[in-house]
Design a protein around this ligand. Structure first.
Ligand code: F6R
Length: 242
């Protein structure tokens, strides 16, 4: 596990955007694994800037997002489909027919999860997976106690995750209770993983992920077993490391 500590959130996000652009330059047809959430917004801003400057193209890439809320259609303003269109897809040359998220409004969410896992396998698995980190140690929506070898499936969101994501919804009750998420096993099959975490609020979980025991109590700790992970932090997020 390579850990890069930057002075500021801005330089940490620059670093992740740089790693992303380098991979695309080396391998234009990269299969990207994408994340949503507040942390990723700074990365997507920088990717858009690189695209607009003519420094990066996603025209030959394809992408699979980590997760989507069960029950939200792609047009719902709080869906991750909506987030991705607003924060990235509408502003770069990614082909819509090669940009995938689980369908939150599928008639049968379990069937949809199985279909999504099969689509990732058919694409040859993820080449470069971007991850944020939940304050409870989740990656994707793999909440604590998730099986460390899990595949794409439905997960019940913890109260703390629903509270953390409440800022995107009108009320706490509006935050869906279920999500379809890539599994930890799915994520671990990725060729390369880049995880970004910002801020003092993530410091304790960052220390658990990097220095703690590998445990389903902190799903991100499994990344210690991956052969090519880069963790990019600002100083605040790194402040509890030994
Ligand atoms: C989002 C996702 C989550 C977030 C995590 C951190 O697709 O899978 O694991 O990356 O909850 O979210 P923020 O960045 O909002 O703190």
């Amino acid at each position: 596990m390579k850990v890069l500590i930057h002075q500021t959130q801005a330089t940490a996000a620059d670093c992740v955007a740089g790693l992303f652009a380098d991979r695309l330059a080396r391998q234009p047809e990269t299969v990207l694994g994408l994340a949503t959430g507040g942390t990723m917004e700074a990365v997507y801003d920088r990717l858009i800037a690189r695209f607009e400057a003519g420094e990066m193209s996603m025209a030959q890439a394809q992408s699979f997002n980590l997760d989507e809320y069960v029950g939200l259609s792609p047009d719902h303003p709080c869906s991750y489909w909506h987030y991705m269109r607003e924060k990235l897809f509408n502003h770069v040359d990614m082909r819509p027919e090669f940009s995938f998220l689980p369908k939150g409004d599928a008639q049968d969410a379990e069937v949809e999860a199985t279909r999504y896992e099969a689509a990732i396998l058919k694409a040859g698995d993820i080449d470069l997976q971007l991850l944020g980190l939940g304050a409870n140690g989740h990656i994707g929506f793999n909440e604590p106690t998730s099986s460390l070898s899990s595949q794409t499936r439905i997960k019940t969101l913890t109260r703390s995750t629903r509270e953390a994501n409440m800022r995107y919804f009108d009320t706490f009750e509006d935050v869906p209770r279920l999500a379809i998420t890539m599994g930890i096993g799915t994520i671990m099959r990725s060729d390369e993983i880049v995880l970004l975490a910002f801020g003092a609020g993530k410091a304790n979980v960052v220390a658990k992920m990097i220095e703690g025991p590998i445990s389903a109590a902190c799903p991100a700790s499994i990344l210690q077993m991956h052969r090519k992970v880069t963790v990019v932090l600002d100083e605040a997020a790194a402040s509890a490391l030994a």
